[in-house]
Design a protein around this ligand. Structure first.
Ligand code: NAI
Length: 328
C-alpha cells in the first residue's frame, strides 16, 4: 500500500469540518487505494470538540485512516502536509467593518501560510474554504514565498455545483448531463455564474434557456444561495461546502474528466484580462498535477461585464489587504 497522505484540516471542530473529515478519511479525495493521516488544527478552546470529532472518526474504523492528531499549533499541524483544507476563519459579526474582517482573517491566514511554507511537503496543495476565501488564499500565498502561488486555491466549486443544479432544475436534466459551466470571480454575491459554454446532454445550454431567466433568476439565485441556505436552515452551508471541497481537491489530485472543466479559484496568470496574482474563479482542468486555466474562450458582452465586475471587487479586497500589510 502507498505511504499515507497527510491531510491537514483547520477549523476541524466546526460544521464544515464535521462534514468533511469523514469523507476524506473514507478515501474520497485520493482514491480507494491511498491511506490518509489526518491533522486537525483548531484554536485552543475548541480542542475538546475536535477530540470528540476524532473519537467519532476512530469509531468509523475507516480502513484507509492511518492516524489522527489534533493541534493548536500551526507549525506542528502542517508538518509534512500534502493537502490542506483551510476552513477555520473569523466570521463577520454584527457591526464589523470589512477592513476589520480582512484584518482578522489576515491574522489567521498569514501565519498559516507561513507555517505551510516552513513545514509542509513539497507537493502541498492548499484549498481555502474560510471566507473571504479568495483573498484569504491570496494572503496565505503571500506568506509562503517558497511555495508556488499556484498551490494556493480558493473554493469556487460550491458556486459551480449550485449553478449546475439550478440549470438542471430549469431544463429537467440531471447534474450528470451538464458540463462546462463556469462561475467567474469571487466567492461572494459579486460572482458571475455563466452558462455560455455549458452543455446539457451535449446540447448548448444557451439554446435551452432565455437571457431573461439567466439574468433575473439564474445569476442572482446562484450568487445568493448561501444566504438562502442560512435563511432556511438557520446555519450556513456545511455538507454542501464539504462536498464541494472534496470535489475540488479530488479533481486537482486525480484530474478532471477528459473534455470537461470545473471552476476553481486559482492565481490569475493574466488570462481573460484578470490581473496577475488575483485568486479568481476560472474554468480549469487538472491532469492530476496542477490546475490549468482553460484559455481562448469567446467572451460575450455579458460575460465580459461579469468578469470585469469581479476584477473590481477582488482588486478592492487586494488593495485593502495591501494597506494592512498582508500582501506586497
Ligand atoms: P464554524 O464556525 O462551524 O467552524 C469554524 C471553526 O474554525 C471553529 O471550530 C473555530 O474554532 C475554527 N477556527 C477559528 N479560527 C481558527 C484558527 N485560527 N485556526 C484553526 N481553527 C480556527 O464555521 P463553518 O460553518 O465550518 O464555516 C467555516 C468557514 O467556511 C466560514 O468562514 C464560512 O464562511 C466558510 N464557507 C465557505 C464556503 C465557500 O464556498 N468558500 C461555503 C460555506 C462556508
Amino acid at each position: 500500500m502507498a505511504e499515507p497522505r497527510i491531510v491537514t484540516v483547520t477549523g476541524a471542530a466546526g460544521n464544515i469540518g464535521y462534514a468533511l473529515l469523514f469523507r476524506i478519511a473514507s478515501g474520497q479525495v485520493f482514491g480507494p487505494d491511498v491511506p490518509v493521516k489526518l491533522n486537525l488544527l483548531e484554536i485552543t478552546p475548541a480542542l475538546k470538540a475536535a477530540e470528540g470529532t476524532a473519537m467519532e472518526l476512530d469509531d468509523c474504523a475507516f480502513p484507509l485512516l492511518k492516524g489522527i492528531d489534533i493541534y493548536d499549533d500551526a507549525n506542528a499541524a502542517f508538518a509534512g502536509t500534502n493537502a490542506a483544507f483551510l476552513v477555520g476563519a473569523r466570521p463577520r459579526t454584527a457591526g464589523m467593518e470589512r477592513a476589520d474582517l480582512l484584518s482578522a482573517n489576515g491574522g489567521i491566514f498569514g501565519p498559516q501560510g507561513k507555517a505551510i511554507n516552513d513545514n509542509a511537503a513539497d507537493d502541498i496543495r492548499v484549498l481555502v474554504v474560510g471566507n473571504p476565501a479568495n483573498t484569504n488564499a491570496l494572503i496565505a500565498a503571500a506568506a509562503a514565498p517558497d511555495v508556488p502561488a499556484s498551490r494556493f486555491t480558493a473554493m469556487m466549486r460550491l458556486d459551480h455545483n449550485r449553478a449546475i443544479s439550478q440549470l438542471g432544475h430549469k431544463v429537467g436534466a440531471s447534474a450528470a448531463d451538464i458540463e462546462n459551466i463556469v462561475v467567474w470571480g469571487n466567492h461572494s454575491a459579486d460572482q458571475y455564474p455563466d452558462v455560455s459554454y455549458a452543455t446539457v446532454a451535449g446540447k448548448p445550454a444557451k439554446d435551452l434557456v432565455d437571457a431573461e431567466w439567466l439574468s433575473s433568476y439564474f445569476v442572482p439565485t446562484v450568487a445568493k444561495r448561501g444566504a438562502a441556505i442560512i435563511e432556511a436552515r438557520g446555519a450556513s452551508s456545511a455538507a454542501s461546502a464539504a462536498g464541494a471541497a472534496i470535489d475540488h481537491m479530488r479533481d486537482w489530485v486525480q484530474g478532471t474528466p477528459e473534455g470537461q472543466w470545473v471552476t476553481a479559484g486559482v492565481a490569475s496568470d493574466g488570462s481573460y484580462g484578470v490581473p496577475e496574482g488575483l485568486v479568481y474563479g476560472f474554468p480549469c482542468t487538472s491532469n492530476g498535477g496542477e490546475w490549468e486555466i482553460v484559455k481562448g474562450l469567446e467572451i460575450s458582452e455579458a460575460t465580459r461585464a461579469g468578469i470585469d465586475h469581479n476584477i473590481a471587487a477582488l482588486e478592492e479586497e487586494r488593495a485593502a489587504v495591501r494597506e494592512l500589510g498582508f500582501v506586497k
